[in-house]
Design a protein around this ligand. Structure first.
Ligand code: NAD
Length: 438
């Protein structure tokens, strides 16, 4: 039985997209939106801009664009603001990141120079290979959180935006597990007052966003909003939250290939993934403590194979993930996968993948989609963890007790059925009513 769809508050005025972190991903996103708005480029990779959604029986042949089916904010309505440890504006940061070519950036320079980062709530204890000057003076964690809340209010006032969403595009912090202070809202707030070391800066941004009623999505593997305390706060304040870690290059390929191999009942003995990248993200992930956080989200995805149900096929799978910082490559990462598979009568075969990808080119449309879908969720009164957005993440943030879904195709079906539900249409089940129309 499908529940009644919520009433979605219409979008009016401007939507402010706040990005803690204005590095490669955030600036590729901001510059890309502006390039599309000016008619200079196409938003390839974005479901909100390019994908259609089938509604009704197949015989009716109705497949509007998602952006025409649902009341999403328009690109023209987006405003941008962010924080960074470095004072570079979006133009200088994009030029330094070297993702976009000069000839694409130059025509946008006037606009990009206007997006300047606010001083960050930052502590090098949590990101070891980073130390920039644009940081808020060290105060208690409580004061830093309050300063971020004030930044959100000031940015809304300055841009004249009606509402905001926040997408974490900052660095990967050291690996942290939820501690005693994350048990509930009271212990978390006591932790803020006591400067508890278990509270990293990304949690301060998440807390500030939720307190200000701003939907929060986390593009890094950081704990951030993924704790009972902030889940409860999001429920209480009626704010949607989602995470963690944008699903881009190698992991995207993995969650495309693994479900296909499993669907054909092909066995897998080993999956070795290694990659080289030379951007600042790569430099930070060279620190073992930050890599540990990444390793957890990257390694979990082969749960797709359900080794408990298919021990004969996947029970002894050896899965290894490596990230190597290699400066000459910049953002143009190269990822290699060697997959040892087994077929009929146990005969071994191998698959080799060499993916020459551009990380931030794959991540930017995810930031856009998350911003628009999280805003939609907020206007629909959807609060707490938004599992239907798992499609975009390596390590989907799920409600306590729920199992993460990593299969890209199941994630995609869930995303689109949620959109159908939000638009008052029946989900696509492929049950006889659907099939009779095929
Ligand atoms: N590029 C991808 O495809 C991809 C995929 C998945 C996840 N991610 C994650 O997205 C994040 C951004 O990636 P990127 O390539 O843009 O990295 P980047 O290093 O270019 O940018 C991150 C920026 O965050 C800033 N920062 C760090 N801590 C901050 C804080 N507390 N407050 C404000 N700013 C802070 C840094 O100064 C830096 O400029 C990383 O965590 C990365 O792991 C990226």
């Amino acid at each position: 039985m499908v529940s009644t769809p919520p009433t979605v508050r219409p979008h009016k005025g401007k939507l402010l997209v706040l990005t803690p972190g204005m590095g490669a991903v955030a600036t590729t996103f901001i510059a890309g939106v502006e390039a599309v708005r000016r008619g200079n480029a196409r938003p390839i990779g974005s479901l909100t801009q390019m994908q259609t959604i089938r509604i009704g029986p197949r015989s009716e042949n109705k497949a509007p664009l998602i952006k025409d089916f649902l009341p999403l904010a328009q690109l023209e309505d987006l405003e941008f603001a962010g924080w960074d440890v470095y004072p570079d504006d979006a133009y200088d940061a994009a030029a330094r990141a070297k993702v976009l070519e000069r000839h694409d950036l130059e025509p946008l320079a006037d606009f990009l120079h206007t997006v300047k980062p606010m001083p960050a709530a930052f502590d090098p204890e949590y990101v070891k290979r980073l130390n920039g000057p644009n940081v808020k003076p060290t105060k208690s964690k409580r004061e830093l959180a309050e300063a971020l809340r004030q930044d959100i209010r000031d940015s809304l006032a300055r841009t004249g935006a009606d509402r905001a969403v926040m997408v974490w595009c900052g660095s990967t912090e050291i690996y942290l597990r939820p501690g005693a202070c994350h048990a509930n809202i009271e212990t978390f707030e006591a932790g803020l007052d006591a400067n508890d070391p278990a509270i990293a800066p990304s949690q301060l941004y998440a807390y500030a966003a939720i307190m200000e009623g701003v939907p929060y999505a986390n593009g890094a593997p950081n704990l951030s909003a993924d704790s009972p305390a902030l889940e409860q706060l999001a429920e209480l304040k009626g704010v949607p939250i989602a995470g963690k870690d944008f699903k881009t290059g190698q992991t995207l390929m993995k969650t495309i290939l693994a479900p296909g191999l499993k669907a054909r009942m092909i066995g897998i003995d080993g999956w070795f993934s290694t990659n080289i990248l030379g951007n600042r993200d790569g430099e930070i992930l060279d620190d073992p403590e930050s890599f540990k956080a990444k390793e957890v989200t990257k390694s979990g995805v082969l749960d797709i194979l359900q080794a408990d149900l298919y021990p004969e096929l996947y029970g002894n799978l050896y899965h290894k993930v490596r990230i190597n910082y290699y400066p000459p490559r910049g953002d143009a990462k190269e990822g290699w996968d060697n997959i040892d598979i087994r077929g009929w009568l146990g005969y071994p075969m191998q698959i080799k993948v060499d993916f020459l990808c551009r990380d931030s080119i794959l991540a930017a449309p995810i930031v856009l989609d998350l911003a628009l879908f999280m805003d939609l969720a907020g206007r629909a009164g959807m609060k707490g963890v938004q599992e239907w957005l798992s499609f975009y993440f390596k390590g989907p943030h799920v409600e306590p007790g729920h199992v993460q879904e990593h299969d890209l195709f199941i994630q995609h079906m869930r995303l689109k059925n949620t959109l159908r539900w939000l638009g008052g249409e029946a989900p696509l089940t492929h049950l006889p009513e659907d099939l009779s129309e095929v």
